[in-house]
Design a protein around this ligand. Structure first.
Ligand code: SF4
Ligand code: SF4
Length: 416
């Protein structure tokens, strides 16, 4: 990985003519103090940062607020992927190694606290150690990353759907099985490489035909850091939603009841997730899907690795989609991933529609009903009420009650 980063920096430096086109088309710039900056100068400064580490306020601001939306892909006259360029510049700008580890530990603590407030300890252990239907060579290794553990109901619904479809699978994820993107973006390339190699060993050990990804940030990490070229896996890698979209007939056969709702999907460009989720939702009986224009081009997800990096853009995207959903008269706003669900589920308090992840909708059509505890806690609106609602988990999982009281609200809202 370190060699790859070095080579790509050099190649991009030689190939990029500093024309400024990627800055010109960047939808995040208007939400930053860089609006009106000279595009050619901005790309010159950014290439300086990437290649020699020479830091200016302007280049650091663009790099840090880049949501990796991908709107610049296909716009470069030299056929460069500017998202890769900015991704590698994030790595260059990154915090020192120790701080990247500190950030990861902080994030992991929050993920594990939230998972423990929603799951019995036996189930938590099962999800974070390799498990599945026990086939020798499973069709699928469902690698869910780590962040979706903040919303375990999403993860459990996704697993139940695989079971209902009769897929042989194993499950891998949790904070001990991170993809390495936090360290990579934080500038600790050596540690990111160690994490990536360990993860790939686990993929190989499971010996699946396909690895299904859940987390869009893992997908970006694998796409833009050269993971596939380095490991040349014998299995295919694709998003979970794409796998489901390929199983339309099996999905239709597994439904037992209609979901009679007028619904809209919250979407982001940058990855193809929205396309696959929409195809899956079109199989759900009774579901009427309406289109919302939204501001899809601004990010690949709502979460901490993407839209949350540009808070002004995030606020604009969220108010726009919520208002559009009201105008469209939907009774259900569907989210494509956990980051969006975390960001939008609290809106149920003020808006006349429910907010559910797509696997909850698909699961409900199969007769799978699961309480969304994350949303329930969010709708409590504060630490003490959440503590009362989560008391059983605090006791059963032997959590530090004072810590839960003091940190739960902040942890729930982190990265929204
Ligand atoms: S990936 Fe998106 S936010 Fe980043 S530079 Fe390209 S257009 Fe701008
Ligand atoms: S990456 Fe492409 S679009 Fe951006 S400055 Fe370089 S040559 Fe121009």
């Amino acid at each position: 990985m370190q060699q790859h980063v070095k080579e790509r920096r050099q190649a991009l430096n030689e190939q990029c003519i500093r024309c400024g086109e990627c800055f010109r088309v960047c939808p995040i710039v208007p939400f930053t103090p860089l609006e009106g900056a000279d595009p050619e100068r901005m790309t010159r400064l950014t290439l300086d940062l990437l290649t020699s580490g020479q830091q200016t306020q302007e280049a650091a601001t663009w790099t840090a607020s880049c949501t990796l939306c991908g709107a610049c892909i296909g716009q470069c006259p030299e056929d460069i992927n500017p998202r890769e360029l900015l991704f590698l510049t994030k790595n260059r700008l990154g915090l020192e190694g120790a701080t990247a580890q500190g950030f990861f530990s902080f994030m992991a603590q929050g993920i594990n606290l939230l998972a423990n407030l929603q799951l019995p300890s036996a189930e938590f252990r099962l999800l974070t150690s390799p498990s599945g239907t026990g086939a020798e060579k499973p069709e699928v290794l469902f690698y869910y990353g780590c962040n979706v553990l903040r919303t375990p109901d999403i993860l459990l619904n996704a697993i139940d759907i695989l079971e209902r479809l009769g897929v042989s699978f194993r499950v891998l994820g949790g904070t001990a099985n991170c993809c390495g993107t936090v360290h990579f973006r934080g500038g600790d390339t050596a540690k990111a490489e160690t994490i990536e190699n360990r993860l790939y060993d686990r993929f190989v050990e499971a010996d699946p035909e396909r690895v299904l990804l859940w987390c869009p940030s893992c997908e970006i990490q694998f796409l833009e850091s050269g993971t596939t070229q380095r490991h040349q896996p014998s299995f295919t890698m694709e998003h979970y939603a794409r796998f489901l979209a390929d199983k339309k007939e099996e999905l239709k056969r597994s439904y037992s009841r209609p979901i009679t709702k007028r619904a809209a999907l919250h979407e982001h460009a940058g990855l193809e997730l929205g396309k696959w989720v929409k195809e899956v939702l079109q199989t759900v009986p009774g579901l009427e899907l309406v289109e919302l224009p939204q501001m899809q081009e601004t990010s690949y997800t709502c979460g901490i690795g993407s839209l949350a990096l540009a808070p002004n853009a995030r606020d604009a995207v969220h108010s726009r989609v919520l208002e559009e959903a009201v105008a469209a008269g939907v009774d259900l706003l569907i989210t494509p991933d956990h980051g969006c669900q975390v960001s939008l589920c609290g809106a149920e308090k003020d808006y006349p529609f429910a907010v559910q992840n797509f696997v909850a909708v698909v699961g409900a059509a199969m007769g799978i009903e699961r309480d969304d505890l994350y949303k329930r806690y969010m709708l409590c609106g504060g630490g003490e009420k959440i503590f009362a609602a989560a008391k059983g988990f605090v006791q059963d999982n032997q959590l530090d009650a004072t810590n839960v009281r003091e940190t739960v609200w902040e942890t729930l809202n982190w990265g929204r």
